[in-house]
Design a protein around this ligand. Structure first.
Ligand code: NAD
Ligand code: TYD
Length: 356
């Protein structure tokens, strides 16, 4: 385990939710490696997420779009990464229903461009010791019925423009492995939650709305099931997989934490009521059932036996503990949230880099 070593790690999407946790983890754990964060800073990218590591000498930031062939080529040639961990993506299912082409452009065309840039750089030395790692989603497998699990061998059956564009990206990654023998690994992870998640996703949205005593929108009847994983457990899994995973393989990552959306919302209500000394049931009164998401996948549940047996990974934070940590973080970081809702988080980049 932990057999491979890397000199320069290029993370795409490092200013996003999972990306900032991964960047922080790698910058601190591997001080002798150069960590380059390539991010376009869309609405979901926020450099305030990385304030605590941005001054470290092994951290570098590049504001580049993954679909920009010229600029991505410059970054690959200049920094010469031997590991690419690709997370840059449009990531919200609801947005993909409104703007599918944007998802195809970023997630599919962007991934193809990065694969091409990596191939151009790495084929010079015959693909020695390099790795292209795609951080993908369990949603590529489509929706489960009331029982059963998603395995690495489960047939892809994406249902939303988001999951279809990520599935296409996964297929391209595997195509580069089979056609060019480029070293690749994919992981397909379940729903993440934790600090720094953009507040339009379920868990931070509910925490923020409870805080402001606003309605808590639950799509449909709230019976849809997601398998929740605390974000730092995902980061640990990626660290293990990039160092010890088998080239050409995929790994499913999940928390064995399956819950109905309504249960998650009610748990957040109850935990927050206890933390704020509210009478029992106060926040649940805010729950509001709203129109269902189009094509709403009913259930995801990951079988993570492969990464557990091959790489020794298992989640360390259970749901109750993880939700409590997440609530505390959002309550203690009201300014971070306020800067997002007001749009002020984009100011930080403008001031820092003196550009629009
Ligand atoms: P996120 O939306 O929080 O962050 C995405 C990041 O990518 C942002 O920093 C954004 O600025 C950047 N980005 C977007 N388009 C770009 C472009 N064209 N060029 C360069 N940068 C661009 O997403 P996340 O939740 O951190 O997810 C990261 C990856 O992990 C995605 O591929 C997502 O599908 C996958 N994933 C997410 C979850 C989850 O629950 N959040 C679970 C499994 C897999
Ligand atoms: P989300 O956080 O958008 O992640 P994903 O769609 O990738 O699973 O949504 C999680 C679940 O919560 C999903 O089943 C949709 C549901 N949901 C709501 O019920 N209300 C909301 O306001 C949001 C954003 C999501």
């Amino acid at each position: 385990m932990n057999s491979r070593r890397y000199n320069t790690i290029l993370i795409t999407g490092g200013a996003g939710f999972i990306g900032n946790h991964l960047t922080r983890h790698l910058v601190i754990k591997y001080p002798d490696s150069k960590i380059v964060n390539l991010d376009k800073l869309t609405y979901a990218g926020n450099l305030e997420n990385l304030l605590d590591v941005e001054d470290r000498s092994n951290y570098h930031f590049e504001r580049v779009c993954i679909t920009d062939e010229v600029e991505t080529q410059r970054v690959f040639q200049q920094h010469r990464p031997d590991l690419v961990i690709h997370l840059a993506a449009e990531s919200h299912v609801d947005r993909s229903i409104v703007s599918p082409l944007e998802f195809v452009h970023t997630n599919t065309v962007g991934t193809a461009n990065l694969l091409n840039q990596a191939k151009k750089l790495w084929q010079e030395d015959g693909f020695q010791d390099e790795l292209f790692y795609h951080v993908s989603t369990d949603e590529v497998y489509g929706s489960l019925g009331p029982s059963g699990y998603l395995y690495e061998a489960t047939k892809y059956d994406p249902r939303s423009p988001y999951s279809a564009s990520n599935a296409a990206a996964d297929h391209l990654v595997m195509a580069y492995y089979h056609t060019f023998q480029m070293p690749v690994i994919i992981s397909n992870c379940s729903n993440n939650y934790g600090p720094y998640q953009f507040p339009e996703k379920l868990i931070p949205l509910i925490i923020n709305n409870i805080r402001h005593q606003r309605p808590l929108p639950v799509y449909g009847d709230g019976s849809n099931v997601r398998d929740w994983l605390y974000v730092t457990d995902h980061v640990e899994a990626i660290d293990l997989a990039v160092h010890g995973g088998v080239i050409g393989e995929t790994y499913n990552i999940g928390g064995h934490n399956e819950h109905k959306n309504l249960t998650i919302v009610e748990t957040l209500c109850d935990q927050i009521d206890v933390k704020l000394n509210n009478p029992v049931g106060t926040s649940r009164k805010l729950i509001t059932f709203v129109k269902d998401r189009l094509g709403h996948d009913q259930r995801y549940a990951i079988d993570a036996a492969k990464i557990n047996s091959e790489l020794g990974w298992s989640p360390s934070i259970n749901l109750r503990e993880g939700l409590s940590l997440t609530i505390d973080w959002y309550f203690e970081n009201a300014t971070w949230l306020q800067n997002i809702t007001s749009g002020a988080y984009k100011e930080y980049y403008r001031k820092m880099y003196k550009v629009e």
